[in-house]
Write a protein that binds this ligand. Sequence first.
Ligand SMILES: [Zn+2]
Length: 821
Amino acid sequence: MNAFSLRLFGFLTILAGAVHAAPVIVDEGGAHAEIVVAEKPTRSAKLAARELQAVVGKITGQKLPIVTAPTGGAVVKIYVGESEHAQRVGVTSEGLERDAFRLVSGADWLALVGNDWDFTPIEPWGRSNSDWVKIKEAEWRKLAGHPWVNPTSASLYKDYSKPLDIWKHDHRGSLNAVYAFLRDLGVRWYMPGPLGEILPDLKRIELPAVNRTARPEFEVRTLSRPMLNAPSIDDALWYLRIGANDQYGVLHHGQRYVTEHPEQRARHPEYYAMLPNGKRDTESETANACLSSPGFFQEMVAYCRLMFDHYDMPIVSVMPHDGFTHCQCQDCKGQATLDRDPSGHSSDYVWGFVVRVANELAKTHPDRKVFCGAYSSYRMPPLSIDKLPDNVWVQITNGRPIREMDDKTHEDTAALRREWQAKTNHPLSVTLNYTPFTDRGEFRPQYWPHIIARGLRDCAGTVWREDVWLSNGKGGLHFPGMSHLNPYVMSRLWWDTKQDVDALLDEYYALFYGPAAADMQAFIEHCEKNYSKLGSDGDLTREALALFDKAKAAAPSESVFAQRMALVDEFLVTLRNRAAQIRADRPEGLPGFRVIDMGKDKWRDVRDTLVIDGRIDEPFWTAYSLRGVLKDVRTGAKPRLPTEFRVRWWNGALYLAIRCQGQPGVAPIIGGSQDGDPAIWNGEHLELLIETDKHSYYQIVINPAGHLISMDRGTDKAHWSKWSAKAEVAAHRGDDFWSVEMKLPVTASDEDPLHQIIGSMPFKSRADVLESGKGTSLPWYFNLFRKRAGSEDEETSAFSPLGPDAKTFHDPLKFGEIYVQ
Ligand SMILES: [Zn+2]
C-alpha cells in the first residue's frame, strides 16, 4: 500500500465506522479485548493479568475480562503468561532467562509472556515471628543438631505478599511484560502510592505492532525497601512494578549463623576471635570467629551442607560477621598483612578461610556456590591466592560509588572491581549501602541519578547482582517523597544501562513536577553535586533551600505537584535547622590541638615501640613532648588534679594517651566493671567527644579500669548504642595516677556506619591539604572531659572549657580543633 492508498484506506474506515486500521483494545465504546491466561497460571501471570486489568481500568474506565480460553466474543486476545493459547500463536518463554520477557503481537492478539517460576518455601519456616518461635524453631534445632541460627526461615514470611500472592524469589517475567506494556502506554511509577503514579488519560488503546524481547542487564536487582509484606500494599506493588527481585540463598555474613547462638558461645569459646587482651570474644553482639579453629571450620562446612541439602540453596555465604575483628590467637595473628592498606590487613586471612571451606564443599556439592563479601579489612583481594576456586563468588561492598561525582572515586572503584575480576571467572555482586539501614539521622537530600547511571554503566556485563540497602520507613521507603528517585533510576538502568539518564530525568521532572520541573531539576542537581558539603557549608546549604523554595512557589498550592513537593519539604526540616545553625559560626578563641603523624619518616624508629598496656612510657609517646592539658570545665582555671593527653595518627588510626593525676594511695572510684555499663558514669571517667569531617559526633567514655562506652550521637537516641568504636583500650594504675592508652581505628568509607569512626585524616586548613596531596580533608573537632564522679571533691575538667553557664558536655560548637601536621 502506498501513502495515498493508506490515507484512502483510513478515510474509508472512518466512513465504514465499524472497521479499524488497527484492532482496538479499548475505546469509548467499551473493552474490545480479553485477557487470556492458562488454566493454571504461574503466580506471576496471575498477578500480571490482575494488574493489567486494574491499570487499564484506571486509565480508560473500561474493564478487560480475564478468561482461561478465548471466548470468541472479543476482537483482541491478550495472552498473559505462557498458555496453550499463547503457544498456538507461537509465543513461549523458551530461551528467556530469569525475569526476561517478550512483547509480541499478531493480527488480533498481543502476547505478554515471560520467564516465570514459582518459588516453594521449604519447611520448617515461620509464617510469622511467633509461629517460628513457638513451633518451627524447635523443628529447626532438631534438623540442625547444633546451636545454629536459621538464616532465612525465621523471617521468610517477610518475603511474601499475601494480598498479591507473590514471593520475592518468584521469577516474574510475565508480570514484567505487563508492566512494560503499560509503560509503553505512558504509565510511570516514580514513587509508591497513587501520588507517585503517572497515568495517561486515554480513551482509546490500539493493538500495537510489537515484537521485542527484554532482558535485564543485572540478573538480581535487590532493594531492601520497600518490603513485600509492608503494611501498605502500595509499597509492595511499587517494588514489583519497578522490576526488583531477590536471590534465594544466604548472601550476607554467613558466619553469624554459626556463632550467634548463646549456647554455641557457652559451649565453644574456642570458636571465637581472641581479643588483644587474650580473652575470646563470646560476648559482643557481632562476635567474630577464630578462622583457625578446626571445630569452627567443621561446623561452617556442615552448616553450608545443610543449607544446600535441606533448604536447596544454590549459594551460601561464609562471610565473617559484621564489625570484623582479626583473631589474635597464635595461629591467626601472624596471618594479618599489616604492611598493606588497612582495607587489606585481613584479606589473606579471611579469603584463605573462604577457599578452605569452598574446597571442602566442592567435594560433596560441586554444583553449589560459596559466597563472601570484600568488606572492611578484607576488602582488597588477597595476595597469596592467584585464583579463587570455581565455586567461590565474590561480592564487593559499595562496589560502585554511592555519592561521589569525582572521576577518581569512580576509577578507583573500577580498579578494585578489576582486581577482583582477575581472581575469579564469575561476575561480581555488589552491595550498596545507600544511607544506612539504621535510620541514622541523615538530613541531607539524597539524589544521585548521574552517579548511579555512571556506576551502572561501568558495571554492566561484569556484575550479576546488585544488593541495595535503603533506609527503612515502616517497611516502605524512608521519606519516599525524597528517596524514591535513586531506586527508580537504578531500576530503569538495571534493565538498560545504555539509555540516556538525562532523557529519563527530563521526563521525570516534567511529569512529576509539572510547572516546577526546571526548578526541581536545579534543586536536585545542586544536591547531587554538593552533597558532601550540605549541612556544613553555609552558602551551599542555603542555596539548596532557596532552590527548593523557588520550585515550591512555581506550582499551584493544591496541585498534585505541590503535594509531591510537600513530601520533600517534610524531609528538609533538619537541613533548615542546620542551615540556621551554621550561621552561628564557632565562637572565637577555641583551643586547637596538633596530632603527630607517626607516618612521617622521622618517627620510623619509634612507631613500632607502641604497646597498648596503659603505660605511657614507650618512645611512641615520649619521643615528642607535645601534650594537651585539661582545665576546669567552667572557669578554665587549673584543676586540683591535673590531666594531660597526647594524640598520634598512624596507619589509619587515632591513638590517645591520657594521664590522670590522683592523690597518693587513693584509688580512683570505679563505677562500672564491664564495657557498655552505664554505671561507668557513676565513677571517675573520661569522655571523648569527637566530630570528624564526615560525622558529628561520636562519644567514647573510658573509666580507670579500662572499660568503655561508645555511642554515636549523630543518630536518634534509640540508635546511639548501636555503634561501636572498635577501640583497643588498656588502663594502668600507679600509686598517685591512672593512665589509659587507646587506639581508635578510623575509616574513610561509610560502607559500615555501625563500627569505627568515619572520617578522613584531619588537616588544619585547605592549604595543608593541598600541600600534603592527601585528599581534601578538613579538621576535626573534639572535646575531652575528665569527671571525678562519686568522689568527695568531685571535679570536672575539659580540654575546651564550656563557661560558667554550661549545663551539658554536649555542645559541639564549643569543641576545639584537632588536626594532623
Ligand atoms: Zn584464631
